[in-house]
Design a protein around this ligand. Structure first.
Ligand SMILES: *[C@@H]1O[C@H](CO)[C@@H](O)[C@H](O)[C@H]1NC(C)=O
Ligand SMILES: *[C@@H]1O[C@H](CO)[C@@H](O)[C@H](O)[C@H]1NC(C)=O
Length: 571
């Protein structure tokens, strides 16, 4: 889409004079792997070649990890319009699969899952590259063992503590036996002294019968029928920590438990998890949403009896005065067990039409039987049921199709929610690719336009990444989505003491009318499956203006944008 259309669109939405927009500066496609001679291979879409990034502002180097490629790329963005790939670091099979990266005070921390991801993972620490040093790799400082499948890693702002979320997802061990490791959080302190203290904090207190047990917390794997898997699963095994944010005072970490629709609070002074908060459902009774790929286009309809599990993955924190807020990317997450990965098949989801007979509300039952309405939607089979009849009294879909903001002192309800606006903006600005999705089997002949609406019955406007930063007094917020690879830019009005996001701009990179496979080859597929976004504030930017980096797991690329203040100079 061109800038003119965006400007017209903004005018149409009655956003007043002065707004902020995204200007694409560069796009770098990263290799999906190396061949036996060490040459780079660009193997196609959805190969996780660009999973996450961290920025060293001292040297203006962006570090990007690819998980299946086992690579970490050092990319010089001193000129963000002309990035230069300086070198790449290859992780060995034994070191594991890099899943997350963080940088603080001249140190890089990379979280690596074991090759068999039910085994324990590791964090490896490296020194950042020094500009003009001529080095062609990073130098290892040390490593520590963490829990299974470390999914995210963050430093406290003072760089003293590293917090790692260990997802502990279920699967087969090397012997082929089904195991479900406990989710946990690892707190690593004083790595730089060479003698770090490493504490693994578990969720055993949240098990049934234990002091912190809370039946409001969603625990889907406890519903696996005995006929499918005869073993027992505990709450601690079911809880799957996903992403981490840390408050600016370095005292508290918040960790999302995506499938559990909950957020854990971690006290970094005592290394304890005092609470896990179950998030309220989102009600779609008065908000339009497109939940069907068989409705012949974009139709955001209202369905009484439809709710959603927010199930945040990514999150970020910010403060207004001394009030602490979280912004959560309400992604959604279906739990799926397969014979290949787990040894048995089960899912906590079903297509609404297949369970319509078990709905006790007549009108809802009629709509759930209709493919143009709710019939195609994936809904939770462990939620929404009347405890006495066992029938569905309402339906709960996966994901909030947006983001929400929470006051950490009271998480009973969000202080802000995008409601249905992300799909509304998609319809206004990018209707030809509304809720599009990449489909591998047809990638050589279907285009993003042809796959329009494919994500509607899954997670729709699925926000997969989010960041917030104070840029010289202006709070900037960016959300990035999965299948459509779209960026939503906001400023946050904080003048009332409460955060009020103001929509500024939407941007979807990439062409829309050629087959996905060709777009990959031509490097015009955009930011498919946004896996990480990071705002570089002007004080840390090589060009003294705020930048945004975007990694995309599907495209295997990293994009850099400038966040442009379009406020006109009125003399
Ligand atoms: C069925 O869906 C239509 C389309 O959104 C809606 O207008 C209607 O109210 C729904 N019916 C019931 C009984 O929920
Ligand atoms: C920050 O804002 C002030 C005015 O509020 C301005 O004078 C200053 O130049 C800005 N700094 C940067 C780095 O943009």
């Amino acid at each position: 889409m061109n800038t003119l259309l965006l400007v017209l669109g903004i005018t149409y939405l009655h956003v007043t004079m002065g707004y902020t927009s995204l200007k694409p500066l560069s796009y770098v496609q990263l290799p999906t792997g190396l061949n036996s001679a060490g040459g780079e291979v660009f193997g196609g879409l959805d190969l996780k070649a660009s999973e996450a990034a961290a920025f060293d502002h001292v040297n203006s180097i962006l570090y990007v990890i690819g998980s299946t490629s086992h690579l970490m790329h050092a990319i010089d963005i001193i000129n963000p319009a002309k990035p230069v790939r300086l070198f790449k670091h290859k992780f060995t099979i034994g070191e594991g699969v890099p899943l997350a990266i963080a940088i603080c005070g001249g140190e890089i921390a990379v979280a690596l899952s074991a090759q068999t991801d039910t085994n324990e993972g590791h964090v490896r620490f490296y020194r950042t590259y020094t500009r003009n040093s001529g080095a062609n790799d990073v130098f290892l400082d040390g490593y520590v063992t963490v829990g299974s499948r470390p999914r995210d890693i963050k430093y406290t702002p003072d760089c003293n503590i590293v917090v790692v979320s260990n997802e502990g997802s279920a699967g087969k061990d090397e012997g082929g036996a089904y195991v479900d490791p406990e989710g946990s959080v690892t707190i690593i302190q004083g790595e730089k002294t060479g003698n770090p203290s490493v504490r693994l904090v578990d969720f055993l207190d949240f098990n049934i019968g234990q002091p912190n047990y809370n039946m409001q917390i969603r625990t889907p794997s406890l519903y696996i029928p005995k006929s499918v898997y005869s073993g027992d699963t505990t709450v601690a095994q079911d809880l799957e920590p996903e992403q981490v944010t840390i408050t600016s005072d370095s005292r508290t970490a918040y960790v999302t438990l995506r499938e559990n629709n909950a957020i854990a609070r971690v006290n970094l002074r005592t290394s304890e998890i005092p609470s896990v908060t179950a998030l309220p459902r989102k009600n779609w009774q008065y908000t339009g949403v497109d939940v069907s790929d068989r409705d012949g286009g974009v139709h955001r309809r209202i369905f009484p009896g439809l709710q959603s599990l927010r199930q945040p993955g990514a999150l970020a924190s910010f403060e207004i005065g001394n009030k602490k807020f979280l912004v959560t990317a309400d992604a959604g997450g279906i739990k799926e067990y397969t014979a290949a990965k787990h040894g048995f098949a089960w899912s906590d989801s079903a297509i609404a039409k297949t369970i319509a007979a078990q709905i006790e509300v007549p009108g809802l039952k009629v709509n759930a039987s209709n493919d143009e309405y709710l019939g195609r939607l994936f809904i939770s089979t462990v939620d929404g049921k009347n405890a006495f009849t066992g029938l569905y009294s309402h339906l709960e879909m996966f994901g909030g199709r947006g983001f929400s903001i929470w006051d950490t002192s009271n998480m009973q309800a969000p202080v802000f929610d995008t409601e249905g606006t992300l799909e509304e903006y998609m319809e206004s600005f990018y209707k030809p690719v509304f809720n599009t999705d990449y489909v591998k089997a047809t990638a050589t002949y279907t285009s993003p336009e042809m796959n329009r609406d494919f994500a509607s019955e899954y997670q729709g406007a699925h926000v997969s990444s989010i960041d917030v930063a104070d840029n010289n007094g202006t709070v900037l917020m960016v959300a990035g989505t999965w299948s459509t690879g779209t960026l939503f830019l906001y400023t946050v009005d904080t003048s009332s003491g409460q955060p009020i996001p103001q929509f500024q701009a939407i941007y979807r990179a990439g062409n829309t009318d050629e087959p996905w496979a060709d777009l990959y080859t031509q490097k015009t597929v955009g930011d498919l499956y946004i896996s990480d976004v990071g705002i570089i504030t002007s004080d840390k930017s090589p060009v003294d203006r705020p930048l945004l980096y975007v990694t995309s797991s599907g495209a295997g690329a990293v994009s850099v944008y400038e966040i442009v203040d379009e406020t006109p100079n009125i003399p």
